[in-house]
Design a protein around this ligand. Structure first.
Ligand code: PHE
Length: 339
């Protein structure tokens, strides 16, 4: 019996392995549940009393040696695997990381937001499905008012009081309902009009509208704000305001910037005049303030609204508005940031 254990001891001491799998097999053979050591332990009771002490010592020695062997072989093998790992070619270039791009509408929208944020405007948003009150009636466009035809509207069949908002002025009415002046807010968002789709117009597009209401706000403040905006956005410092009509502003104006006539494109987009219309604006009509429970004797304000697509088409020389919605990667990839 003792001899047998001595043999095992020798086997354990001489064991070597180059593979973790062999070490595991060795562990199971000696130290596993049905392994040699457990068998030896179970025979302990049959050993004559006078041999018990030596037998005990021997199997303990065998157990310890086997355990240490397994441990040291494992460590060695794992270390050498790590060393192999460090011999990888660390100078090999990595796989390229694909960087996405922002949509040009978002790029321009964010630029506009930043410019107005700098002079204290916050950003407000509202629902795209609107009711008649917020999109029309509250804005001094009562039912059957002919100016409703200025914006062809998509109505929801289920409920004719619901429609797809035709401008984000609807957000401004919601904002005025919820806040008393001073108000300084811009409302970016998607709008819908029942228009034929062509290179120049689409039934879905985006706007940013602005609203400023406080005591003593004048038309001069509007002009100065628009001038600041066109300088920041386009680097152009000549604007003109043409009299116009919107039901919710009085007086109203169409804002043109002097784009110049330097290139052929300038000539084409300004139709040879050098001037380019970029937005509508005006002083908030007292009727709108009244509808919103804001006292027009105490407060005045201005509002303006512009289409984002039109501005993006100008800045990036995009010839067809439909390109914004086609998600053609050849188009979108051109707006990847340069890094
Ligand atoms: N809401 C107008 C439109 O959609 C734009 C506008 C806003 C005009 C504010 C004047 C004042 O065309």
């Amino acid at each position: 019996m003792i001899q047998q254990i001595e043999q095992y001891l020798e086997e354990v001491q001489n064991f070597n392995a180059t593979d973790l799998k062999d070490v595991e097999a060795f562990r199971i053979k000696f130290l596993g549940k049905k392994g040699i050591l457990n068998q030896l332990f179970s025979e302990f009771k049959n050993v004559p009393n006078n041999e018990k002490k030596l037998f005990g010592q021997k199997i303990n020695q065998l157990k310890q040696t086997a355990t240490e062997k397994v441990q040291s072989l494992k460590e060695n093998l794992e270390n050498s695997l790590e060393e192999q790992g460090s011999q990888l070619d660390l100078t090999r270039p990595g796989y390229p990381v694909e960087i996405g791009s922002r949509h040009p509408i978002s790029i321009v929208k964010n630029q506009i937001i930043d410019i107005f944020k700098n002079i204290g405007f916050n950003v407000s948003e509202g629902p795209e499905i609107e009711d008649d009150w917020h999109n029309f009636t509250a804005l001094n466009l009562p039912e059957y008012h002919p100016a409703r035809d200025m914006q062809d509207t998509f109505f929801l069949q289920q409920n004719p009081d619901w429609l797809l908002r035709t401008h984000t002025s609807s957000v401004q009415t919601r904002y005025m309902e919820a806040h008393q002046p001073p108000i300084r807010t811009i409302s970016p968002g998607r709008v819908y009009r029942n228009e034929d789709i062509s290179a120049r117009s689409h039934c879905i597009f985006h706007q940013v509208e602005g609203l400023y209401i406080d005591k003593g706000v004048s038309f001069a403040d509007l002009k100065q704000t628009l001038l600041y905006f066109t300088k920041e956005m386009f680097g152009k410092s000549k604007i003109r305001l043409r009299p116009s009509y919107f039901p919710f502003t009085e007086p109203s104006a169409e804002v043109d910037i002097y784009w110049g006539l330097e290139t052929e494109t300038d000539k084409r987009i300004t139709k040879g005049t050098g001037w380019l219309e970029i937005m509508g604006a005006g002083m908030v009509d007292p009727n709108v303030l009244k509808n919103m429970n804001i006292d027009p004797e105490e407060y005045t304000g201005f509002a303006f609204g512009m289409g984002i697509e039109r501005i993006a088409m100008l800045l990036y020389q995009i010839p067809d508005i439909r390109m914004f919605y086609e998600n053609d990667l050849r188009f979108l990839n051109q707006f990847k940031p340069i890094i």
